[in-house]
Design a protein. Sequence first.
Length: 410
Amino acid sequence: MGDAFIIDAVRTPRGRGKAGKGGLSHIHPQELLAQTLNELARRTQLNKEDVDDVVVGCVSQVKEQGACIARNAVLAAEWPDIVTGVTLNRFCGSGLQAVNFAGMGIASGQQDLVIGGGVESMSRVPMGSDDAMMDGHNMKLRGRLFQVPQGISADLIATLDGVTREEVDRFAVESQARAAVAIAEGRFDKSLFTVKNDDGTDALSKDEHPRAGTTLESLAGLQPSFEVMGQAQFGPNGETLNELALKRYPDVEKINHVHHAGNASGIVDGAAVVLLASEDYVKKSGLKPRARIRATATAGAEPVIMLTAPTPASERALKKAGMKASDIDLWEINEAFAVVPLNTIRRLEIDPAKVNVNGGAIALGHPLGATGACLLGTALDELERTGKSTALITLCIGGGMGIATIIERL
């Protein structure tokens, strides 16, 4: 197997995911991704006709994000007709999976130059727009395995781990504080570009979601988001969502609801892309790689608790790379809910000082299909800024899955 080299990574700012209110909410998601592709091409002086494929993650593939957004974004970017696009959905891991598939095509020798990334306009195509729930309304599956909303799963993890409301709030405050430092010091500037309006004026140049100055006191006033939801009767025999979740965990007396809008990922719009190339193409083109992919992996876990699979996914990737968790210099663990990185840190015995050093999705937001590619770019920039060597990027995924990628700076 050959190496898959990372040439560059580019992302939009994350705009507030509220219709008509966010800085990107007036931009069609195809056009948002098209601008990101064109910025990548501009920075790398890319010969677009050489691109074998554009692999794009997108979770809500309906309405404006349906009809293969990858191909339509290539057309919207006015790239040569020969360049293809394919769209995939691995829920929150979609953007990283797109990068990994791009790397696999190169490492296998079947492709030489591939773009992986993702896009999600949560203001224009909100979560749930596909009306599929987690199980696609398969009543036979639902009768055997009821996949509860992720917020209830997150609260169940916190209950099982003994994680308190103060602990998840403290993690959220730290995420906001780290993001504030990163923004003030320009740590995201290398990957960011300014999204434009149709008339050429600036639409958005910086992330909109961070709330600098967030404190434990300000978060303490927020009500748990999933406490009332957990009491909703949803089961075939009138069971509440909490009761359905606890069928898999009968030793748990009750779920302690600790998550709310301030310690869970923010709803935002955004796009990100990563350019990968083979060794032969690098030599032929003169492109300068910034890093290489060391290992990738996915792993499944219990699908009701749903969000604990970053641990087995990371373990698989580490094993493939011949590494231990302690060998990794930087970790990007997606902050879907505060308890997810806390659970992963505990299970893998990671030094918290190495995790999400520039904040995470609690502060910056989680544009579902794009987040994995965003995190990889953030990790790469931070490796270069600090002179460190390796980073592991991992995300929890709906249905009880996890994904992980290890990159090595060159």
